[in-house]
Structures are given as C-alpha cells and as structure tokens.
Design a binder for this molecule. Structure first.
Ligand SMILES: Nc1ncnc2c1ncn2[C@@H]1O[C@H](COP(=O)(O)OP(=O)(O)OP(=O)(O)O)[C@@H](O)[C@H]1O
Length: 331
C-alpha cells in the first residue's frame, strides 16, 4: 500500500465571479522509501498540489478526490486536529519561499526549537529539555549544511541570505523526523555547489533513514539522478507517471517528451549550440483552459479525439493519459 495515495483529486478555485478547475483529476502516489519527482513547467499546478496535500488552502477552495489517503486513512475525512497532527509528525513540507512566512519577531533558533515535537525531547527537568532542544536544533542545521550555527540560529528571518533561508526551511521540515518530506522547489535560488549538497543530503536521508520524498521541481537535471519515480503535470492534469528510468528512456506522452527534449542535460546526442526543441505556445491561464486534453492546442499529435479528456491508461506501473501516445509500437 502506498504511504500517500491520491486518486482523481480536483481543486476548484472560486474567485467570486468565476470558478476554475486548477487541478483536474490528478493522481499521485508516494511509496515508502521512494523519491518521487513531481515535474511540470511553471503554472502546471505543482505548488497547488503541495498545498492540497498539506491542507493549506483557503477554505472557499473546494478539494474533492476519489481517494486521498495516508497509510490507508482518508485524509479528507480527518478532523482539523488530526490533519494538523499528521502534518506535525509524519509529513514535513518545505513550501516555496516559505522563509517569508516565518515569524519576523523570533530568531530562527527559537522557531526551530519550538517546532521539535515534545515527544522527541529528552530530559526530566526544564533546563535539561531546553538544552536537548538546542542540541537537536544545532544537529539539524549542521545536517542541512549550515555550519555557522551560532550566528544563524540567533538571526531573524530577514537577516539571512536566500540560500541559508532555504536550508533553514529544510531543517524546519526535518526536525520532527517526518516519514515523508515534501519539498517544493527546495533548491530555488541556490548556487550550483549548494544545490548539489542539498540534493546529496536528500539522497542520503532517503538511503540511510528511509525518508520518502516528494520532490517538486521543474529542474529535470536536479531531479533525474536522485528520483526513483516521476509524475508529470501539465496545466493541472496528470499526463504521465512511472519509473524515472522508463519515462526518461521512453516517454509515452507528447508533453513529457517535449519536457525531456527541452532539457539540455537530457540530450547528450545534440551537437553543441543546437537549438533545443520546444512546444509552440505557452501554458494557458486557468480561465482559458481547452476542453478535453489541456495540451491539445500545443500538441503535435493532437487530433479530433483530443477534445475529450483521455482516461488513464496503464502499462505495468507506467500510466499515461493520451489518446495518441508515443512509442506504442515498441512496447
Ligand atoms: N492563489 C491563487 N489564486 C488563483 N490562481 C492561482 C493561485 N495560486 C495559483 N494559481 C494558479 O494555479 C495554476 C497553478 O499554479 P502553481 O503555483 O501550482 O504552479 P506551479 O506548477 O507550482 O508553478 P511554479 O513552478 O512556477 O511554482 C496557475 O495557473 C496559477 O496562476
């Protein structure tokens, strides 16, 4: 049984005058011990998916799903308290730009220590527990690669550079020793060496602590080497999902192929300075989504049938939603 299992999740955004389906029957699973990449170009709905899982959506937005479960337990029927408890203990989230949502009047150290669940703190007396909290906070910031802990734990959120802020948010998400870490573009704004270190940290935590990770990114190079599986979103719809090595070698959906073809790191066959292929047009706004397959107007393989939404098709553990998939003759 997957630890996180989401089937046909739909998110409707009501902005007063119009109601749009920002996520349309999205499927996503994360199995115990795996690193799953959630990819798609900007505006495809990745962050909304993260917010829907964490329950961090405005109350007027409507989330429905045939299934949304954590270890078999229905998340949509959980009370607010149960959901908070799940997010406090089992699922750690690094939101995009989340340092801006930190309390500006408390130091990073105070906020980190406060986030440690009571049951993970050792010691009988107040001073022992306080020392233990400090020790855990220091260990965790070291783990994410912040060396000068004295300086940064005593700093306020606005006083730290972006990359330290991002690393600190990863430390915040890890401090409760979650079973699943959801990281929404966690390496955004980091220079290459820092980025590599953070990715190595994720891989290490996955290998040594069996931490499952949902890694959200549009940086294919960053996710390709570390992820076991991949789910591709386009304009709020899941277009393809499966093992990273299978999708990379043989994408079935034209959008996945376009995404892979437009990543220079995936195209060792291209001579230097070649123009990278890309799909014409841009991702539509939510107010103007095409009916049926939302890729339709941009898709080189589109035909009349694409005005109806393709169902999910499955070949072993590889799923795709396309009326005219690629590579079918080779399967
Ligand atoms: N608060 C909001 N109100 C209305 N529409 C929103 C809101 N947040 C996101 N959207 C819309 O939902 C769609 C998906 O946005 P989302 O931020 O999830 O994309 P994303 O794939 O995470 O992009 P990026 O990689 O740039 O973060 C976009 O069309 C966006 O304009």
């Amino acid at each position: 049984m997957p630890m996180l299992d989401i089937k046909n999740l739909t998110l409707e955004i009501d902005n007063g005058s119009t109601r749009v389906k920002a996520l349309d029957k999205v499927n996503l699973t994360v199995n115990s011990g795996e690193i799953r990449a959630l990819v798609g170009e900007s505006g495809s709905g990745k962050s909304l998916m993260v917010q829907a899982i964490s329950g961090a959506l405005p109350p007027q937005w409507k989330v429905t799903a045939d299934r949304m479960s954590w270890h078999g337990k229905n998340m949509l029927s959980m009370t607010a308290k149960e959901r908070r408890e799940l997010m406090r203990r089992d699922i750690g989230v690094v939101f995009q730009d989340s340092i801006t949502s930190m309390d500006p009047s408390m130091t990073l150290g105070q906020q980190l220590e406060e986030a440690i669940p009571d049951e993970l703190v050792n010691g009988k007396w107040f001073w022992q527990r306080s020392l233990d909290r400090r020790k855990t906070a220091i260990n965790t910031v070291h783990k994410v690669g912040i060396k000068n802990h004295k300086h940064y734990l005593n700093a306020y959120p606005h006083q730290v550079p972006t990359d330290i802020g991002q690393k600190f948010m990863i430390a915040m998400a890890l401090i409760s020793q979650p079973k699943l870490l959801i990281a929404d573009d966690p390496t955004r704004g980091m220079e290459t060496t820092t980025k590599t270190k953070v990715l190595k940290l994720f891989t290490r935590l996955n290998q040594t602590k069996s931490l499952s990770i949902l890694f959200v990114s549009h940086d294919l190079l960053a996710i390709a080497s570390m992820s076991h599986t991949m789910t591709v979103l386009y304009c709020g719809q899941t277009v393809e999902s499966g093992k990273m090595k299978h999708i990379r070698k043989r994408p079935l959906h034209p959008y996945t192929k376009a995404l892979i073809d437009s990543a220079p790191s995936f195209r060792a066959d291209l001579p230097p300075k070649s123009v990278l292929p890309s799909l014409d047009g841009t991702i539509p706004s939510l107010q103007h989504v095409p009916i049926g397959c939302r890729l339709g107007p941009r898709c080189p393989r589109a035909q009349r049938a694409c005005v109806s939404t393709p169902g999910v098709r499955r070949i072993h553990d590889h799923t795709y939603s396309c009326h005219f998939p690629l590579h079918m003759e080779k399967l």
